[in-house]
Design a protein around this ligand. Structure first.
Ligand code: SAH
Length: 335
């Protein structure tokens, strides 16, 4: 029986099993292996060096859900859902499918009750460190996280560029810009624009490669650092996409104050984040908020929470521009 939101309780209770089955398929690159045509589970197991009977059972279960299609001869082929588990397709969700099945995200989610009980991120309780320090110490986990962000952000970047006119901006800093997808997409659309990707030193190394590949090296800088200490100064716009939601109010305020200190009075700050809507809607955002509870200790915020936060950091919220993805652009100026 589905409720008025279209959900069946039993499907929801059992959702974690599907997450792990999709994770296995993504991790083993099954969708990429099926790109050239249908293959049996024996062939797939051979190529991925796993147990063929077990893989067959996982594939059969995924095919029963429409993630793959099982043919009468026992071979499997791609469906529109598993097309998105391929590596290099627009809107690929392979990175996210891997991220949500990895030990470092799976175990903290398994401790949600601890987060609710203590108010602390269960990531920190599980691993004894914050998630971004963990990524610095565990390069493989960091790579998976940034690959997921990079694949998820490609469609968002187009949506941000469609929704907001950057033409009045000549120099922009992407604070916590990750591997540089948003900034390189912006630089390709706005030929007069120059920009800087700012992130922790281990991450900006990968951004350098993205900048070279995008052919925008002459207009793009890369700076490694800590946004609780300083950010590059004097630009006329500072973008913070998917940053503020990672942190509780105290930490978010510190980042915003550091930005404020580095900005001229006429510069803008553009927070690109998800704004929590009213009661009984926005499941992706409200579930995303629990991800923050578990993994980072941050939170998704309502419009008034953003307004208050910005005000405390010395900014005035000008307007909120929706995009066609979940993200909104919150444009603010020094007050
Ligand atoms: N803006 C990107 C990345 C968001 S993930 C996007 O939308 O996809 C958050 C980013 O903040 C990561 O790239 C992480 O490395 C960066 N970050 C975390 N702590 C930081 C710090 N103290 N200083 C600078 N960057 C930091």
């Amino acid at each position: 029986m589905n409720n008025t939101h279209g959900y069946d309780l039993s499907q929801m209770i059992n959702g974690f099993k599907i997450t792990q089955m999709i994770y296995v398929a993504a991790k083993l690159s099954i969708a990429d292996l099926l790109q050239s045509g249908s293959r049996s589970s024996e062939e797939l197991a051979d190529a991925t060096k796993v147990d063929s009977h077990s893989l067959h059972r996982v594939m059969r279960a995924l095919a029963s859900l429409g993630v793959f299609h099982e043919n009468a001869d026992g071979t499997y082929e791609l469906t529109p859902l598993s097309e998105l588990l391929r590596n290099d397709v627009p809107g690929s969700q392979r990175g996210a499918a891997i991220m949500w099945g990895e030990d470092w995200s799976w175990r903290p989610w398994g401790q949600l009750l601890q987060s609710v009980s203590t108010g602390e991120p269960s990531f920190d309780l599980t691993f004894g460190t914050g998630i971004f320090d963990y990524f610095t110490e565990h390069g493989d986990a960091g790579e998976i996280f940034h690959a997921a962000m990079t694949s998820l952000i490609s469609l968002d970047s187009e949506a941000i560029i469609d929704a907001y006119d950057f033409s009045g901006i000549s120099d922009l800093v992407d604070v916590g810009g990750g591997e540089g997808v948003l900034l390189t997409t912006l630089l390709k659309s706005y030929h007069e624009l120059t920009g800087t990707i700012f992130d922790v030193p281990s991450v900006v190394q990968s951004a350098e490669e993205a900048i070279r590949n995008a052919g925008v090296s002459d207009r793009c800088n890369v700076v490694g650092g800590d946004f609780f200490e300083s950010v590059p100064s004097g630009a006329d716009a500072y973008v913070l996409k998917f940053i503020i939601h990672d942190w509780d109010d105290d930490r978010a305020l510190s980042i915003l104050r550091v930005c404020r200190r580095s900005m001229n009075d006429s510069a803008k700050i553009l927070i690109v984040d998800r704004v929590i809507p009213g009661p009984n809607k926005g499941p992706a955002l409200k579930v995303g908020d629990i991800t923050m509870m578990v993994l980072t200790g941050g939170l998704e915020r309502t419009e008034s929470e953003f307004r208050d936060l910005l005000q405390s950091a010395g900014f005035r919220l000008n307007r909120i521009i929706p995009t066609k993805t979940q993200f909104s652009i919150l444009e603010a100026m020094p007050s």
